[in-house]
Design a protein around this ligand. Structure first.
Ligand code: TYD
Length: 200
């Protein structure tokens, strides 16, 4: 089972994915949590480069996909094969939203590379934490190359477009409701959608 969290920088997805990880672990569920880019030694090195260096958008795309392929092979697949629930803080939708909708790279090409790097693995459910880019920008502490307002607006619209295209998989959560309420709906939606697996 694969659960992913998506959203623009400052949407609170890191907090929510960590909360869900702690919650499931406390219930005795076998669960792992990774972030993208990252989660493996190579992935963490690539993360450093991706965040600090000015890269052209094609190089950037390929490095995100490289970090992903490594994570899927080293962690995601083995964990899923032994029956663990895997939570990912960002996955393929981030690449489509940031490099596709945000940077303007060909969407079909990004989709194909996503499929290649993820070995065809798709999330069972994706929580898209939606926030106004104007609000998010104020919340971002560590400034990166990915936090310019106009850019984040395109990325956010991209995420919402992805959600409209796959309403069965992607659940959009309005983060204006506050951290605790958002978390409660995540738990409710999981037990409603996967009653055999999560009956909290
Ligand atoms: P992340 O650690 O999630 O940043 P934050 O905690 O600020 O939300 O991700 C680092 C940056 O990498 C983030 O600005 C989004 C960007 N990113 C992409 O542009 N494409 C991708 O495929 C991924 C996974 C992340």
């Amino acid at each position: 089972m694969l659960i992913t969290f998506e959203g623009i920088d400052g949407s609170g997805k890191t907090t929510q994915s960590r909360k869900l990880y702690e919650f499931l672990r406390a219930k005795g569920i076998n669960v792992s949590l990774y972030r993208e880019p990252g989660g493996t030694p190579l992935g963490e090195e690539l993360r450093d480069i991706l965040i600090k260096r000015e890269l052209n958008e094609r190089t950037e795309l390929l490095l995100f996909e490289s970090a992903r392929a490594q994570l899927v092979l080293e962690k995601l697949k083995p964990d899923m094969e032994r029956g663990a629930v895997v939570i990912l803080d960002r996955f393929t939708d981030s690449t489509l939203a940031y490099q596709g909708y945000g940077r303007g790279l060909d969407l079909e090409l990004v989709r194909r590379l996503n499929e290649f790097a993820s070995f065809g693995i798709k999330p069972d459910i994706t929580f898209l934490l939606d926030v106004e880019p104007e609000l998010a920008v104020n919340r971002i502490r560590e400034k990166t190359r990915f936090d310019k307002l106009e850019f984040l607006k395109r990325v956010r619209d991209g995420f919402l477009e992805i959600a409209r295209g796959e309403p069965e998989r992607v659940v959009v959560l309005d983060t204006r409701r506050g951290e605790e309420e958002v978390f409660q709906s995540i738990v409710d939606i999981l037990s409603e959608k996967f009653p055999g697996k999560f009956d909290f």
